[in-house]
Design a protein around this ligand. Sequence first.
Ligand code: DC
Length: 224
Amino acid sequence: MHPFIITIDGPAGVGKSTVARMLAKQLSAVFLDTGASYRAVTVAAMNAGIDMTDTPAVLEMMDRTAFEFEHEGDVLKVFIDGRDVTQAIRQPRVTENVKFVAGQSQLRSRLVILQKQFAAQFDRVVTEGRDQGTVVFPDAASKFFLAADPKERTRRRHEELKAAGKEMDFEMLHEQIVTRDASDENRTVSPLKPASDAIHIDTTHIDAEGVVNRILEVLNEKDG
Ligand code: DC
């Protein structure tokens, strides 16, 4: 039996993780943050001193490295060869380098296999990323695509970082978000784009709870 899958795709800082985590809780489903897998491979390559553009070297590193993802309450813990890298994968240097992994089709194919294997273990999964509705789970039960004004997404990230004691210059953060949008949307493999059957939600003026309620409404309408 295929698991019941809901996909949530969208750009950086749109609130996908928050919404996916809250929705998973409401639906007694497991939450999958696929960006964490791209970040984990990036950290492992950086730690091993591998040239990120050398795809065979990154593939070889992936072959001999154990990447593990574990749920601890609401938090998705990430391990590389048993070492906890949950915090390390969020560092700005990782965010800057993740495009090298995200832009390589051979690396993406490997990660897509991992994502499908992860989902296959559960009955219900809420998964979030850039290509979940288009490439990874094209047969998902329901697909959502979140959008929000880049300035609002910057404001949210800024607040998030501030709350974590890592304040960053607003303009610099905005620049990073715009650059990441361009790299996610313009790459040739699995670019960020809505699935043709995805339901679009503009979250610029709606908080995470409001977005979750909107999604639940849509799911209830479908059921009814
Ligand atoms: O969601 P995030 O910011 O943690 O994702 C980090 C990067 O990983 C993002 O800029 C692009 C890449 N990514 C991807 O290409 N496909 C996914 N399904 C998830 C993330």
